[in-house]
Design a protein. Sequence first.
Lengths: 351, 351
Amino acid sequence: MQIKVNLKENAYQVYIDELENLEFDTKVFILSNPKISGFHLKKLLNKIKAKEIFIATIKDGEEYKNLNTIEEILNQMFNSKLDRKSILISFGGGVISDMGGFAASIYKRGIDFINIPTTLLACVDAAVGGKTGINNSFGKNLIGTFYQPKAVYCESEFLRTLGERELAAGMAEFIKMAVIFDKDLLDFIESMDEKAFLSAKCENEIFSKIIAKSIELKAKVVEQDEKENHLRMLLNYGHTFAHVIENLTKYSVYLHGEAVAIGMNMANHLALNLSLLSEKECDKIEQILKKFNLPTRYKIDNVEAFYEAFFMDKKNSNRKLNFILINSLGRGLIKGDIDPKDIIKTLKEFS
Amino acid sequence: MQIKVNLKENAYQVYIDELENLEFDTKVFILSNPKISGFHLKKLLNKIKAKEIFIATIKDGEEYKNLNTIEEILNQMFNSKLDRKSILISFGGGVISDMGGFAASIYKRGIDFINIPTTLLACVDAAVGGKTGINNSFGKNLIGTFYQPKAVYCESEFLRTLGERELAAGMAEFIKMAVIFDKDLLDFIESMDEKAFLSAKCENEIFSKIIAKSIELKAKVVEQDEKENHLRMLLNYGHTFAHVIENLTKYSVYLHGEAVAIGMNMANHLALNLSLLSEKECDKIEQILKKFNLPTRYKIDNVEAFYEAFFMDKKNSNRKLNFILINSLGRGLIKGDIDPKDIIKTLKEFS
């Protein structure tokens, strides 16, 4: 299956379960991590022909997604004497695709890169859309570029080795897409066999369907608003809360998708307090998240500090907070000018 | 005077001696160095109104143009809580504009920036064209982005405090433009009163003319080939040699323009050996460079090592060397497939 991301300047294809043989007349630099390479690199290498292939692995984990690691990657790229026609392949989860894309975008002022995601979360979200970036002490993804891949290859095969938590975390971003854009899709998710899915014993078709649907929805958004001036902001549903939680827990307690699941529920409680969402709808979303064993609660120790941390998010300029909320299932909206009292009230419900 | 740089996506104006009052409805972050701020910041601040103004200075010099300094700049930007609508102003020479542009391009995936160059070299070259970047141990400007400024303001006033060497270094890039594109301009340079110019005692009109002419020529090139696929490579005349010289001397012996002056003369000797250029033309260019007290010779200690260092340059992919040479005054060309013997022979002439 193929889905086109139809950007004016940088259109590209996302291939789902279509990775056969890739031939390159250039050098190829594969960026991965030790775990993923151990599981899948041999399979990938069997499918790639290139002038020369270099393989670099970096430490796994959001806590290493920083400028030091970027410097390490760049040094390895220079050691491999990559030129401007060389291609970087990000082979891993969201951390790898965010960092590989960023390194590619600044190496010799930009070389091409391809994403081959190996987590469900990266398939449904991180690998498509051209956001690259790293974290620093001020917050998440605060340094980066908009830089589109030349192609994305999602393979169900690579998802078979994922654990239950990782599959659920990917599901969280998929549920997010359904909640903000597509009520029918949410009904489909509700009807899914979660046990088969979480044990990775479902059909390949289930993976393909989830990935394809998510990318179709995301492609439409990115095509209309590549640089996130308006519509694309909807994709941050749950993320304003999630980024604070991830930062407070130093990226070591929750997988990104898990933090997003909690963030969605927090956003829904805010929407409930603003009478945008009914209690029934709020509950329904929480039940769907729970069905996939996703967390939906986080105990806020210091409400003031949590509130203050919102302002370090990229999107919250000039102390103006925008929240992505839901006003009915399948319909997200951007909400500014919320009375701080309502926000604090919501946070207190989690304290 | 105004010159439009007419890029498809990111057109902008270069204003020459037209900096009156700049008003911003946003935060403004001025990046400069201690010396420039001491000389000119007060004058600049008198002309800027903004919501909030932050001033950050970084150490002066090419040896600090690295990823550590970028991290420092970014941290100061985060401390100033700049949002996506904030504007960075690079106020300084080429080092400042290259680093300010790069920091702006990766801060929260890109904010706007404006160049206000304070060296002649930055006015005639670095401030226009959208190349941003830093050096690393592998070479010069190897990490960076293509990222265009929103506007450029060149002011003769800021050039009055420059020393003789700095003015001559700027002249080197101007002479470069004339040699590759415009024989009449070269004749004008030959007729200039170099004493008045080098002591910064010439008319403002001389500065304006030099800057305007150089930017007009550069704008035409960048408009046709923003990402340096072909035509823009001509602007690297002299630079293939210069980058090696700067790297070998650790950026501490020559100003960039001085290294370029030597590099042009080396390129001309290569062109002479290839019978592209006559001895008379080669001499004429060297005399014009010398007229402005520019160096034209560098003693190469190790010819083999010098030759090998060419291959770290961004442009020399897959061990294929391209040189920018002159085949008559005002006409540059890209020359590949040169017999290594001819290159080595030329390098030996300087050993």
